[in-house]
Each structure stands twice: as C-alpha cells, then as structure tokens.
Write a protein that binds this ligand. Structure first.
Ligand code: HEC
Ligand code: HEC
Length: 398
C-alpha cells in the first residue's frame, strides 16, 4: 500500500536525481526543437515539443513510482545514458503504444486510459479488489474535468468575489506591473535558500528568476513568458534550457495573466463551477524552510472550484477560499501523448500592497520538482526590466 510519506520520498529521489546532473546534454538553438531532433532514440514519442516530452517522462515516473534511474542507465550520475534501451524502457515504450491503441479502439481516441489508470504508484498494477479498500475510508480524488454542479455558485459570481476581494475592479485596472523579491527552496530544501525575483507586466508577461547560491551548485531556475514566447531554464535537468512550445506555453501565459486578477473573467472560455470542496496544502518536508517559517503548512480550506479552458484545450482549475474569496490554487493540465500533465501553483499569505491583495507565498509544483517561494518585498506599478521576460540571460558565475 502506498502511503503519503513513501510518495514524498520518491518525489525527493526524483528531484535529487535530476539535481545530480550537472551538464546539459543539448545546447538549445534559436528555434524550438522537437523530441526526435533533440534526443537520439525516440521511437514512440516522436515529433512533440521538448516540454511535452519531459512531461511524459514525469507521468511515467509518477505513475509507477519510479525515478529516472529505474528506466535509464546511470540516471543521476555523470555517466547517464538516456538513449540506451533497458528492459523497462522497452516495456514502457510498448505500453505507450498499448495505451494509444486502447484509447483509439475503445474511446474514439480520447485519452481516458493512461499509465496512471492501471499503475497508481506501482510497477505492477493491482489485479484484485482488496476488502480493506472496499470497507476502508474512501479517498477523495476529483476528476480532471469538471461539469457544472447544480448547487454551486455560478463561475462568474466566484470570479467577481475574487476581484472584489483582491481590491475591486477599479483598483485592479490600474495595476500595470508587479516587482517582487524574496527567497526560494527546491523540494526537500534542495538548493538551500535561493534569491527570487518575480516580475510581471499587464496583461500577460511574467518572469520568475530563482538564483540558487553558488555553493549549492544548483544553478538557476528561471521561467519566463513575454506575451508570445516562453522559456524554462533548469540547468540541472536533462536539457538545461528549452523554449516552451507545447501546452506549457499556454500554461505560462495563464500564469502570467492570473498575476493581474482584474482580467480573470476574460482569460478562459467554457467556465464551470464544481462542487465546493476542501483542499489542503501539499505535504512538505520540514526542511522546506518557506513552510516552517510562520504558521502556514498543512492547512485545510473550504473552497469554491471554477474550471476554465484555455487555448489548445488547456484545462485550468482554480480554487477560491470561501472565507476570503482569494485564489488559493491554480491547477493546470498540459497535454501529452500519454495523458494530462499537472502543474499546481499554490498561493498563500495574501497581503495588502497599495490596496491590492497579493500572495507572498507561492509554491510551484510539477511532476519532477517543486519550488517554494517566500516574497518579502512586493511593489506594484514600478518599472520592470522588459528584457527579463524573454530568453533568460546567459549563465553568469556568482
Ligand atoms: C517507466 C520508464 C521510464 C521512466 C521512469 C523514465 N523514462 Fe525516460 N524514457 C522512457 C522511454 C520508453 C523512452 C523512449 C521514448 C520513445 O521511444 O519515444 C525514454 C526516453 C527518454 C529520453 C530521450 C533519450 C534519447 O536520447 O533518446 C530522455 C532524455 C529521458 N527519457 C529522460 C527521462 C527523465 C529525466 C526521467 C525522470 C524524470 C525519465 N526519463 C524517466 C522511459 C522512462
Ligand atoms: C491497462 C493497464 C495498463 C496500463 C494503462 C499501463 N500499464 Fe504498464 N503494466 C501493466 C501490467 C499489468 C504490467 C505488469 C506486467 C507483468 O507483470 O508481466 C505492467 C508493467 C509495466 C512495466 C514493467 C514494470 C516492471 O515490472 O518493472 C512498465 C515499465 C510499465 N508497465 C510502464 C507503463 C507506462 C509507461 C504506461 C503508460 C504509457 C503503462 N505502463 C500503462 C498494465 C498497464
């Protein structure tokens, strides 16, 4: 049986393994490359953006509770050979084709069966219902896709409450930029305290620049979106730096747009509200300093749930605190050939900045890692360096 702590431990292992890679294997070009142009031995997942390809690796690892080294030779060491086929990798490739075939044959090509459908955190899926599960406490696992819940407030009403709670439409309309500084830690405290610069310009530019201290040997974690293009730099990852062209690009745009709550009603189409529910902060190891400072962590909140659709089928679920009306969680689902790739951004510790409520804690979690950010200096309507929204500046030695 899988317990939460086992899952957390695995997530740390994945993050640590990625963290151990110090050389980027592929230098990025000026134009975005597809999976089979960047990697050497791609047979099942050809012709997809690198961001989506890495998303599929995240899904595989997360679904089987594996880390990269369970399928890849020497992953986590300098001698990693990603391209080499191992028995598990061959099996996984066969399973990619199997899943596609199942969905094609039975569900009109809709991605209803994924690795997670069968594997659920295990290498070998369970075959038989256990009586302990049948008579035990049910675990609540919401569907990805929300249908309008009859008793729930209409989505527009929930969004209006958020606008009101954030400072009101008029004040929000005058918000043109945000410039913030603070500190961040990677999952499990990896990287120690890095310095964070977070800037945004209305309507849709945002950059999060985390510079980890030189002695941690961890490098930078940078995410940018300039209104048209997006970049991620994770130098301790396989590809180091890559341009977003898959659904992560649409996700980055939504992240940027949500920085300016006044426009929230026009960002999405097909708005629906689900049944109100309770959400809890992601479990965190105590080494995650941003969660130990102060009182936040493992709190539960009763929330209104609104889901909207972005470009190219991007699904975004937003959770609004029923007490304060403020946005506590953005859960967005990117696309990949083997299923949806979740990214979850939690917002907490809202404080008043010139009449507008802005979050001072942000936890950005994806399948392969997590950054916990604590801001201590947030300013609005100050000049921001536009160049920082584009491709990250070259690495500098600090
Ligand atoms: C369950 C097995 C499995 C796990 C776990 C896994 N991968 Fe893979 N990986 C594959 C398969 C299968 C391919 C080949 C895909 C294809 O043929 O289209 C692949 C290919 C790759 C490639 C391309 C190598 C090349 O040059 O051809 C990279 C890079 C990669 N994986 C990185 C990762 C990372 C990083 C992780 C951990 C987050 C990871 N993988 C976890 C199965 C796995
Ligand atoms: C319809 C159910 C189902 C789905 C969906 C599924 N698998 Fe499997 N998978 C199995 C079963 C059953 C086994 C065990 C086979 C055995 O024990 O001989 C297995 C075994 C594996 C193994 C070998 C694990 C080991 O023992 O080392 C890998 C790797 C794997 N699956 C990867 C994947 C990936 C990646 C996906 C999604 C692309 C996926 N599977 C989707 C049913 C499924």
């Amino acid at each position: 049986m899988m317990t939460l702590s086992v899952r957390v431990a695995t997530a740390i292992a994945v993050a640590a393994l990625i963290g151990a890679l110090t050389t980027a294997r592929v230098s990025s070009q000026n134009r975005p490359l597809l999976s089979d142009q960047v990697f050497k031995n791609v047979q099942a997942l050809k012709g997809i953006p690198v961001d989506e390809f890495l998303g599929t690796m995240g899904i595989m690892a997360a679904s089987l509770q594996f880390d990269c080294s369970d399928c890849h030779v020497n992953a986590g060491t300098a001698n990693v050979d990603w391209a080499a086929d191992t028995p598990r990798k061959i099996m996984a490739r066969r399973m990619v084709n199997m899943v596609t075939a199942i969905n094609q044959t039975n569900f009109g090509g809709r991605q209803l069966v994924t690795c997670w459908t069968c594997h659920r955190n295990r290498d070998k899926p369970l075959t038989t219902p256990t009586l302990a599960t049948i008579y035990g406490m049910p675990t609540v696992e919401p569907d990805d896709v929300i249908t309008q819940f009859p008793g729930a407030d209409p989505p527009e009403a929930v969004l209006d409450r958020f606008i009101q709670a954030s400072g009101g439409a008029q004040r929000l309309a005058s918000l043109t930029s945000i410039s913030a500084r603070g500190t961040a830690v990677g999952f499990g405290g990896l990287g120690g305290d890095g310095s964070v610069e977070l800037i945004a310009r209305a309507p849709d530019k945002r950059a999060t620049i985390i510079l980890f201290k030189a002695e941690t040997n961890r490098g930078d974690q940078i995410r940018t979106y300039d209104g048209a293009t997006g970049w991620v730099r994770t130098p301790l990852n396989v590809v180091g730096e890559f341009q977003l062209i898959g659904s992560d690009l649409d996700g980055a745009r939504v992240d940027a747009q949500l920085s300016f709550p006044g426009q929230i009603k026009s960002i999405f189409t097909n708005l629906k509200s689900g049944p109100p529910t309770t959400i809890t902060d992601l479990p965190a190891p105590t080494s995650q300093s941003s969660l130990v400072q102060g009182s936040i962590g493992n709190q539960s909140h009763v929330v209104d749930v609104v889901q909207g659709t972005g470009p190219r089928g991007l699904l975004v679920t937003m959770y609004f605190d029923q007490q304060t009306g403020l946005l506590l969680r953005e859960l967005r689902f990117g696309l990949s050939p083997i299923g949806r790739v979740p990214t979850q951004i939690d917002f907490a510790d809202y404080r008043d900045v010139n009449g507008i409520k802005l979050p001072f804690r942000i936890t950005y979690a994806w399948l392969d890692g997590r950054d916990a950010i604590v801001l201590n200096d947030v300013r609005t309507n100050v000049p921001v360096d536009e160049a920082k929204f584009g491709r990250p500046a070259p690495l500098t030695t600090r």
